[in-house]
Design a protein. Structure first.
Length: 490
């Protein structure tokens, strides 16, 4: 999951009011969703298994094209026209797949795009209790790299498009599925490339991006359904300490490794200031109504003017809440020295930041320099493509799109059918996603996965990534009905 100053208040207030109120009556009406049959579930599971077992990391062992080609074959075997299943990209190992279900007749509305990245972050067998590139079913979960981020939704939407085609569904507007490369990092980001080089293939009224949003569970109880309205800005920084080195038998106080680790220890104890915007205020206001006891009281207290910082500190003990309150920066990689018997000539760390809307990567780079307080260190910006620069961009967060009834009415209604009584609320994504590239092109983006996860079981990018099996089945049910609803013209 990854630019110009944006004002958040007016569109987000509209979104907040609309999500909470405008569609409440529609959602309150009884709604049912056709359950996916056992035969269809078997097919959807086979697609999920196939995707998990294809290594799509940005490494010599990974290959996104292997996965997109495998999905292309499924669509062609199902009878899709070749011109509606296009495999294309700027690199042979990073090919994107764009699939289109064409409208009956001549549509008057622009298409809907479902945006799904196919790449995953690296996972080592030695770190996992199972093989990360084996699809393992155990104790009510599916295990494997990408089960949460985001081959679950890739598979669900591949199956949905296959099912709609098999049933002869003819929407009133085109439905497009874009399966893309390099969202997690790399030089060939597929969403960016498609928007810039093949806008005609992915031009849309709006984008649904299942790489964010979903249903939060608290010990099995659905608490809130999140729809991404804005997201943090992703930034990497290269922090380097340099020294003249020397023989290890004659150590000196100046030591590149010590200087770097001293700086990182300062970062470890630094806490960025508490902040809120209209998206996060709405989120915690809605969430407070679902909580009890101290948590509910604290959520109400941070909404005050001024906010109760003691309440914010207590809530910050939950990592996801903490990330919603502030910019976060953390060391993620470390290297140093060149020989066991030599003083290090250099030591280097990568610091990864997720920047709260309203601040730029360059502003945070300057703040890191101040936190470290060591003019012998250099702090440089690292782009998504790995290019190191002395300064960082001044871009800021994407503007939240205004609510669109044709999105939120069915989204709310279908969510209520699957998780009755669960409020749908706009949220700020703590990570970042490929929505930014469509948003920059003026296409509204909404992040929603229809995946329900326990708050304390977010394993995306982590060890033993897993997905509750029931969550996968519900996402199949949701996307089938949601795609059909979005296929209707306004």
């Amino acid at each position: 999951m990854r630019r110009t100053h944006f004002s958040l208040s007016i569109p987000v207030l509209a979104l907040a009011v609309c999500v909470v109120s405008c569609f409440a009556s529609a959602a309150a009406a009884q709604s049912t969703i056709p359950a996916t049959s056992a035969e269809d579930r078997a097919e959807a599971k086979a697609i999920f298994k196939q995707l998990i077992e294809i290594n799509t990391t940005d490494t010599p062992q990974g290959n996104v094209t292997t996965a997109t080609t495998a999905m292309q074959k499924r669509f062609l075997d199902a009878g899709f026209a070749p011109e509606d299943v296009q495999l294309l990209g700027p690199d042979a190992r990073k090919m994107n797949l764009v699939v289109r279900i064409r409208a009956a007749g001549t549509p008057t509305d622009k298409p809907v795009v479902f945006l799904c990245h196919m790449d995953v972050v690296q996972a080592l067998r030695s770190d996992w209790t199972t093989d990360p590139f084996q699809f393992v079913e155990k104790d009510g979960y599916y295990y494997g790299r990408g089960t949460q981020d985001m081959k679950d939704s890739d598979a669900a939407l591949v199956f949905t498009f296959l099912r709609l085609h098999r049933e002869g569904y003819k929407p009133k507007r085109d439905l497009i599925l874009a399966l893309t490369a390099d969202e997690e990092g790399g030089k060939f980001n597929g969403a960016d490339w498609l928007v810039k080089e093949h806008r005609d293939l992915v031009d849309a009224a709006f984008v649904i991006n299942p790489d964010s949003g979903g249903v939060e569970l608290d010990r099995g109880r659905a608490v809130v359904a999140d729809v991404e309205a804005t997201e943090k800005v992703y930034s990497d920084y290269q922090v380097t300490a340099s020294d003249r080195g020397g023989h290890s038998s004659i150590p000196r106080p100046d030591n590149a490794i010590y200087e770097l680790t001293t700086a990182l220890n300062k970062l470890a104890v630094y806490q960025f200031p508490f902040e809120m915007n209209e998206v996060t205020r709405t989120y915690f206001k809605n969430l407070a109504g679902q909580e009890t006891g101290q948590s509910a009281a604290d959520m109400k207290a941070i909404l005050g003017n001024p906010p109760d910082l003691a309440a914010a500190a207590r809530l910050s003990a939950e990592p996801s809440f903490n990330s919603n309150f502030r910019t976060t920066c953390v060391a993620t990689r470390l290297s140093g020295g060149h020989a066991n018997n030599a003083l290090p000539q250099s030591a280097q760390a990568n610091v990864n930041c997720r920047i709260f809307p309203g601040h730029s990567p360059e502003e945070i780079r300057q703040l890191l320099i101040d936190i470290f307080g060591d003019d012998k260190l250099t702090v440089k910006y690292v782009s998504d493509a790995g290019v190191v620069a002395d300064t960082a961009p001044e871009r800021k967060a994407m503007v939240p799109p205004a609510p669109i009834k044709e999105v939120f009415e069915p989204l709310t209604r279908l969510t209520q059918a699957l998780w009755p009584g669960t409020p749908v609320t706009p949220v700020m994504e703590n990570g970042a996603s490929d929505s930014i590239y469509f948003a920059q092109a003026g296409i509204p983006c909404y992040g929603y996965s229809a995946i329900a996860l326990e708050r304390d079981d977010d394993r995306a990018h982590g060890q033993d990534e897993r997905l509750p099996i029931d969550s996968y089945w519900k996402s199949l049910d949701f996307f089938y009905s949601f795609a059909k609803a979005l296929g209707e013209e306004r």
